[in-house]
Design a protein around this ligand. Structure first.
Ligand SMILES: [Zn+2]
Ligand SMILES: [Zn+2]
Length: 776
């Protein structure tokens, strides 16, 4: 037996998760002396005692970790013993480089939920109950290390009871930074539209529930910002919210009182069940149940029109739990903002920003430091696929251990729509919360703020910057203004790199990148791309045959214009007079003359190989959708048709598609590039339309055709690993069909899970590209 002393440095998710009390208990239990300390680098421990006991201690740290903790690295150094008598938790040390992980916000834990519903507990019905395992983190943090003075809770002075719990290593609220109780913590209030206080505390809840029951729209201050709430079972309230938010068709997410309620509305599998009940508590896009003459089916259709899924979630803060329990009915819970602006976080600002939308306000006085939306996920091919990465997930990093380290200190500024930014530190790429569409001033400001915030939190001054190749993206303009060394990354290459790095795929591989819009190397708009990925870069080995996008960006919301451009490319001038086609009938002869001149003279008609636009054109030709009010509406409507009369939601996609067959297509090789011609597809699609085949069948055949094209191309290119990426792969039958058929054909398909397949994942791919530089 030898007395030793070990100095241990642990990095990872070790702050805000009850890690120090865990170490304290463990040291006591094993009989070691020393101390533990939070630093900006992570957690530092010194323990002294018998060498076998220290070994045991080190093992137990790894095996007995608290639920939300994660160790990225543990360094142990043996140093001379100094003869400590006790084991203590020392005050946090400031200074030094910040390498600690930033803890995300977590949903209320079962213990706190139990206490909140116990009439004998001092936090009975208290809307801000939390502990070391749950509650706000990232949304209230102002700096690292994660300690009370570095949160917005610093304004609240703990009462003696809370202080006692906070200081007691055996208490489950030991160093729970947002600790609070009715005596010393934040409170809620219910305001009218002018900010007059109508009620506070528990009566604010019942007043709010009454207002919702009466069909009013409530702006509620939550965890990472405001929600707009309305009774999801009141068609009039749904319609009012749609009018006030100028959102005629875009789906609304719904918060349900309990899982059992969700099961009545939607199809729930085990993976979705676990996601809904997880501490991240995201919005999960679930397939709607379709019953004839059912009120829930009707509401779901009003909430998410022509959409196969409904976005559902469970209450995740104590306040949500109390409100949903008081109401007893599901609530629309949509972001509290106007159109594409960032989510509102301050109650006084909300009065003006949400004026005219909300009738009343349910607010509280715990400040939110940074806006964070709800995350959105969907179960795809048996596992989670993140659609919008925000609360609960951001800003946790994605580990890229296998990549070169050349990207260290690199900032990736992302795309234009669904923007998020990323910063590389060591093996990790930290992805910011979802920022959104950079077209509005508010969103652009949020974008700049997020870069400053994330750099400060990670203590990184960006040394190089990656941006999209599109010259007009606001993020690209920002990149140029920084004066840093810039690397422009082609949009679809970034998608492909994101999919490669997330799945740890060793190159070479074939990337199938299908999305709406991305600036191509030749200055045209790409989006139906096949890229052969190698260590030194990529080769565009195939793409959809380009067609003119009449009106450029304006066509993006008008599938009827996109369809005209596609028809013109296949059949020429005559189509503008041919009223057998639905999109032609959408325009007056005078309008058609203008459109025809535009396309003949090539005025504002960029060429595109976009798969997203092909979906739009097909939706228009089938007369499913002519003008869109929100992104990807036409494609989602086609997906909805493809899934709508499937025998069972659990039937594998391949089996759903098999009976209907597919349309024709033709692949032509030109200058070593495979061009996917669509004239055969068009002809057999028209034959189906003219034969009055059900739209459900036509849509399934179209989806099946795309999957066959994809597998055909995989055979032609001959790479075993196939990356499926880009916004089009948010389409469940397309992704699951591609995965099934590729596997049957002996390929290994890869798709996204933790990184969005849409443009939210672009920043990650750009950050990976920075580390690929040395390989090139
Ligand atoms: Zn808790
Ligand atoms: Zn208290």
């Amino acid at each position: 037996m030898t007395i030793q002393r070990a100095h241990i440095t642990i990095t990872g998710i070790v702050q805000g998760v009850g890690f120090r009390p865990f170490i304290h208990r463990l040291a006591h239990q094993i009989g070691l002396t020393g101390w533990v300390n939070n630093t900006a680098q992570g957690v530092v421990i010194e323990v002294e005692g018998d060498d076998h006991l220290i070994e045991h201690f080190l093992r137990r740290i790894q095996t007995d970790l608290p639920p939300h903790a994660h160790i990225a690295d543990m360094a142990v150094m043996i140093i001379p013993p100094i003869g400590d008598r006790h084991f203590v938790i020392e005050k946090s040390a400031d200074g030094g480089a910040k390498t600690a992980y930033i803890p995300p916000d977590l949903a209320i834990c079962p213990d706190c939920l139990r206490e909140m519903t116990d009439p004998h507990n001092r936090r009975y019905r208290y809307p801000f109950i939390n502990c070391t395992h749950c509650g706000p983190r990232y949304s209230i943090m102002t700096d690292l290390p994660y300690d009370r003075p570095n949160t917005t809770m610093r304004h609240f002075i703990m009462c003696d009871d809370c202080r006692g719990e906070y200081d007691d290593p055996d208490d489950r609220r030991f160093h729970a930074q947002p600790i609070a109780c009715p005596a010393c913590g934040p409170h809620i209030a219910f305001w009218d539209a002018d900010g007059q206080v109508l009620a506070t505390h528990d009566t604010a809840l019942s007043a709010c529930a009454d207002a919702l029951r009466a069909g009013n729209i409530i702006a509620m201050k939550g965890l990472g910002g405001f929600h707009l709430l309305a009774d999801a079972t009141n068609p009039q309230a749904i319609a009012t919210l749609r009018i006030r938010k100028h959102r005629p068709h875009k789906p609304f997410a719904v918060m349900f009182p309990a899982l059992a309620d969700i099961c009545r509305w939607c199809v729930l599998d085990d993976v979705a069940h676990d996601l809904l009940s997880s501490p991240q508590a995201p919005i999960v896009l679930l397939q709607k149940r379709r019953y004839a003459h059912s009120s829930t089916t009707l509401y779901a259709e009003l909430l998410a029109p022509d959409n196969p899924t409904l976005g559902v979630m469970l209450p995740y803060t104590p306040l949500h739990h109390l409100l949903l329990a008081t109401c007893g009915f599901p609530l629309i819970a949509t972001s509290g903002n106007r159109a594409d602006e960032p989510i509102c976080i301050d109650e006084h600002e909300a009065l003006t920003r949400l004026a005219g939308i909300a009738d009343f306000f349910l607010v509280h006085n715990r400040p939110i430091h940074r806006p964070i939306d709800d995350s959105v996920v969907r179960v795809m091919a048996g596992r989670m696929m993140i659609v919008r990465r925000a609360r609960g997930y951001a800003p946790l990093p994605i580990n890229c251990r296998d990549e070169a380290r050349a990207g260290e200190g690199g900032l990736a500024v992302g795309a234009h729509l669904k923007n998020a930014v990323a910063i590389r530190r060591g093996d990790d790429v930290f992805i910011s919360q979802h920022i959104g569409d950079l077209s509005t001033t508010g969103a652009y400001h949020h974008f700049e703020q997020t870069i400053a915030d994330l750099s400060a939190m990670l203590d990184i001054s960006p040394r190089q910057i990656a941006c999209d190749a599109h010259p007009d993206y606001a993020s690209t303009t920002y990149a140029y203004r920084t004066g840093l060394p810039i690397r422009k990354i082609q949009h679809h290459y970034a998608h492909a790199l994101a999919c490669m790095a997330e799945n740890g795929v060793a190159l070479p591989a074939l990337a199938v990148v299908w999305d709406g819009t991305g600036y191509g190397d030749d200055g045209t708009i790409w989006g139906g791309e096949f890229l052969r990925m190698t260590a030194s870069g990529y080769e565009r080995v195939g793409h959809l045959q380009p067609f003119p996008l009449i009106g450029g960006d304006s066509a993006v919301i008008e599938p009827r214009k996109t369809a005209l451009g596609w028809l013109y490319s296949l059949l020429g001038d005559a189509i503008f007079d041919d009223e057998q086609f639905a999109p032609v009938r959408q325009f007056t002869p005078a309008q058609r003359r203008i459109l025809r001149q535009m396309v003949q003279k090539g005025i504002n008609c960029p060429m595109t190989s976009s798969m997203g636009r092909l979906f739009d054109a097909v939706a228009s030709l089938m007369d499913v959708c002519q003008v869109m009010t929100h992104e990807a509406q036409a494609a989602v409507m086609l997906e909805n048709l493809a899934l709508s009369d499937a025998p069972s939601p659990h039937t594998p996609v391949a089996q759903v598609f098999e009976p209907d067959g597919r349309h024709d297509y033709h692949i032509h090789i030109q200058d070593n590039t495979h061009i996917i011609h669509t004239h055969h597809l068009f002809a057999s699609l028209m034959a189906d339309i003219n034969a009055n085949l059900p739209k459900t069948v036509i849509s399934r055949k179209f989806h099946a055709t795309l999957i066959h094209i994809l597998v055909d191309m995989a055979h032609r290119i001959g790479e075993r690993h196939v990356l499926l990426t880009g916004g089009c792969f948010m389409n469940k039958p397309l992704l699951e069909g591609a995965v099934d058929y590729l596997r049957q054909a002996g390929f290994i398909p890869h798709w996204h899970s933790q990184v969005p397949t849409g443009d939210g994942g672009i920043c990650f791919g750009q950050a990976v590209a920075l580390s690929m530089r040395r390989l090139g």
